[in-house]
Design a protein. Sequence first.
Length: 238
Amino acid sequence: MTNAKIEAVLFDWGGTLATWHDISLHETWRAVSAVLDEPNADVLAARLVEAEGSVWRRSRDEHRSSTLEEVCLLAEIELTPAALAEYERQWDPHTELEPDAVETLQALRAQGLKLGVLSNTIWPRRRHEEIFARDGVLELLDGAVYTSEIPHTKPHPEAFLAAMRAVGVSEPSRCLFVGDRLFDDVWGAQNVGMRAAHLPHSAIPLEQIGHTEGTPDATVQRLSELPALIDTWNAAAA
């Protein structure tokens, strides 16, 4: 393990800061499609599920990003404002934070650490910031990178380096990345020289598991274990 002191903690979002939920994409997209065309909702939903699946497969295999707009373009469907509102309403219950997320972020800030988020997402920054503002998280972050805004997704090195720069840190060895995926989060972070902590509670679907599973520098059962972990590491580096 490197002896560098940790200066920044970067978090994955879904399954890490936000609680993992098993979600039926077909049911979600069907509700959205019903707003557009109820008689053909099942057909439209199937097209949207396939389109979204294709961009996530591309993310897994080629580490290239996408957007909600691209998903709809691939499905040859235009979301009306009402359909977009329904999409966000369908997802809203699945965006809740882990119970100890806010207190953990506050404790880490009290330790003088920079805090950031790096999320593989097709959603725009606007939507993520609305969610973080709702939950009192936005003001605790020094920076955030949403892959809908950049060319690459985790585990591509450039995604991690962009997140590091977003919080004002220049050395990967001074960053800890926290995530629920051994490929995207752990292997990806370690590949650029960061340390990685694994939160092992998400039921990652087999089709989303990449070619390599990293071995985390630490495994935590709760986010609230992070302040003590970093204190221990930084004391050893002093």
